[in-house]
Design a protein around this ligand. Structure first.
Ligand code: ADP
Ligand code: MG
Length: 575
């Protein structure tokens, strides 16, 4: 079936005008196929991929069917999330712009009941809500459905994924028998078939085949990465390519939090987006991201859904998406408008098989690459530095330094020596090549190296004397304790004990990331880190030790609630 113009679908002038104003030129395939039977009162099941225009496919006939004079709820739309409820409500508002007397309201958990009571009492005809809150209002008697004509389940597959099956069944079983039921979904799992069989009368099935959505302008690569190395690889790829604008997708809220803390601690400018973050905050983050107010957004699929950006430099699948469609949806946010985008997918262990299935069945074009080595990172840094240096030379800004150079030359240094020394200083982080970010990155590298070297040499603690006294150790322990301090502890640092270690796959980056993440202190409050089988010692700046203990104590690290305390010398001596 070829697409129809909206004017060929038997719609009112008000709707045609609104759709025109929305910039829709012709109806999409799902709209072409679904609008006429819905207008005719049929039950339908509409299956079509994400982004194919399912919202308007039901919202247009829905608005047409409202009786504006009847101020009772006539249509109920169930959506999986608040974002989607709000999005659908916005689309309904646009579609009904020129229709008088059509009122719609989104209701969802987290919003004040007061506001929702008032909206429901005011005589709205369309309610768009998440299943939990809808049930809530039904049971309080604040949402009455005795005049209901139509029930829509939008993104039915997502709702089931999110565990709303019981809630949905409760709604379905409590609405009046005489109504039209519409199911919209991107996929058709068995559970939905069951719901349809149980609650719908011989619906018309509309299936729009997805055109193989390959995005040739997006360079797609996957890496096999050990789980605990993912962050390291991520930062390498960012640095090598000098990316400044992208999304990193994770599969869980916990992972989003953890990763964002790490990246933040390493000096990247990041924000997070997931379901536990307040709506107001989410809106703020999305807004800030759109105007490039920070570099990397760390998000779950669902939370990122309402985000309409498409000019990203890069998309990372830090965790594998659920299916080929989610994959395509994620990476579709890069490589638009003729610009080339990049998409990197990390798989660890058996995820490789899931990815291979996705590639096969979703006809994706993702090629495997080897993880970039540290040498490559170094090389990329050198190249970036080289470019910067050349730009400076071209701009002629170096002349200002001539006097200083003359002085050095006079004292007998060769010009190549002088340059080498300057570069050495810059790469050492002292003269701050690329500002904050490079410094912190290098700090993290140093910390990591220190951790790997496992360089504790017997003695536990070389903190200041006052600190040792305060700790009030028993005499015997104190003796052991006062063996020479480990060479290299920086002055002003004290060691902390963490109750997690190698067994929990803790890395130095975890420690630095958590500390910096929860305290919002810079990463350099952490010095050397020494990871043991079940615990870890980390040097931290003495003036921040108390805050770090307070903030980090009890939070989860690698799935375990971590205990933090000033390091106990007995324990260290016993190693
Ligand atoms: P789905 O629910 O299938 O994932 P949406 O309804 O959210 O898709 O629509 C995706 C995008 O396409 C939205 O930005 C919407 O405004 C736009 N859109 C929908 N129908 C049309 C159309 N006929 N012409 C142009 N754009 C459309
Ligand atoms: Mg939708």
């Amino acid at each position: 079936m070829s697409n129809l113009r909206f004017s060929e679908l038997g719609l009112s002038d008000e709707i045609l005008k609104a759709v025109d104003k929305m910039g829709f030129e012709e109806a999409s395939p799902i709209q072409t196929a679904a609008i006429p039977p819905i207008m005719a009162g049929e039950d339908i099941v509409g299956l079509s991929s994400t982004g194919s225009g399912k919202t308007a496919a039901f919202a247009i006939p829905m608005v047409e069917k409202i009786d504006p004079k009847l101020r009772k709820v006539q249509i109920l739309v169930l959506c999986p999330t608040r974002e989607l409820a709000v999005q659908v409500a916005e689309e309904v508002a646009k579609i009904s712009l020129y229709k008088r007397g059509v009122h719609a309201v989104p209701i969802f958990g987290g919003q004040s009941y007061d506001r929702q009571f008032r909206a429901l009492e005011s005589g709205v005809q369309i309610v768009i809500g998440t299943p939990g809150r809808v049930i809530d209002h039904m049971e309080r008697g604040t949402l009455r459905l005795d005049e209901l004509k139509m029930l829509v389940l939008d993104e039915a597959d997502r709702m089931l994924d999110m565990g709303f099956r019981e809630d949905i069944e409760r709604v379905l079983s409590q609405v009046p028998a005489e109504h039209q039921t519409l199911f919209f979904s991107a996929t058709m799992p068995r559970q939905i078939e069951e719901l349809i069989r149980k609650y719908s009368r011989n619906p018309r099935r509309i299936v729009i085949e997805a055109v193989a959505q390959n995005a040739p302008q997006v360079e797609q690569v996957y890496f096999e990465v050990e789980r605990r190395s993912k962050i390291e690889v991520l930062t390498r790829i960012i640095d090598i390519n000098d990316f400044r604008y992208g999304i990193v997708f994770c599969s869980t809220k916990v992972m989003v939090d953890e990763l964002e803390e790490h990246l933040h601690a390493r000096g990247y400018s990041t924000e997070r987006l997931h379901g536990d973050i307040s709506q107001a905050q989410r809106t703020k983050v999305m807004e800030k991201f759109r105007r490039r107010g920070f570099e990397f957004l760390i998000a779950t699929d669902v939370a990122a859904r309402g985000l309409d950006v498409d000019d990203l430099e890069v998309v990372f699948n830090f965790d594998l998406p659920n299916d080929a469609e989610d994959y395509t949806h994620r990476i579709g946010r890069t490589g638009r408008a003729g610009k080339s985008g990049k998409a990197f997918t990390f798989v660890s262990g058996r995820e490789l098989y899931s990815l291979q299935n996705m590639i096969r069945y979703g006809k994706l074009k993702i090629r495997r690459e080897k993880i970039p080595s540290l040498d490559l990172v170094e090389e990329a840094r050198e190249n970036q530095f080289f470019e910067k240096l050349r730009a400076t030379l071209d701009a002629g800004e170096y002349r200002k330094q001539e006097r200083l150079i003359d002085r050095l030359l006079e004292q007998g240094y060769a010009s190549t020596e002088i340059i080498a020394a300057v570069i050495h200083l810059m790469f050492g982080g002292e003269a701050g090549g690329d500002g904050d970010r490079t410094d912190k990155m290098e700090k993290a590298d140093r910390v990591e190296k220190a951790g790997r070297a496992e360089s504790w040499e017997g003695a536990a603690c070389g903190g200041k004397p006052e600190y040792r006294e305060k700790a009030a150790r028993p005499a015997k322990a104190k003796q052991k304790y006062e063996r020479p301090a480990r060479a290299g502890r920086e002055a002003g640092f004290v060691p902390l004990f963490f109750s997690v270690g190698r067994k929990q796959l803790v890395t130095p980056a975890d420690i630095v990331g958590k500390i910096a993440g929860v305290t919002r202190l810079p990463a350099d409050v952490v010095g050397a880190i020494d990871i043991h089988q079940r615990h870890t010692f980390a040097d931290v700046r003495e003036e921040h030790a108390a805050l770090i203990i307070k903030k980090v104590n009890g939070i989860r690290m690698r799935g375990e609630a971590v205990r933090v305390a000033l390091a106990d010398p007995e324990q260290v001596a016993g190693e």
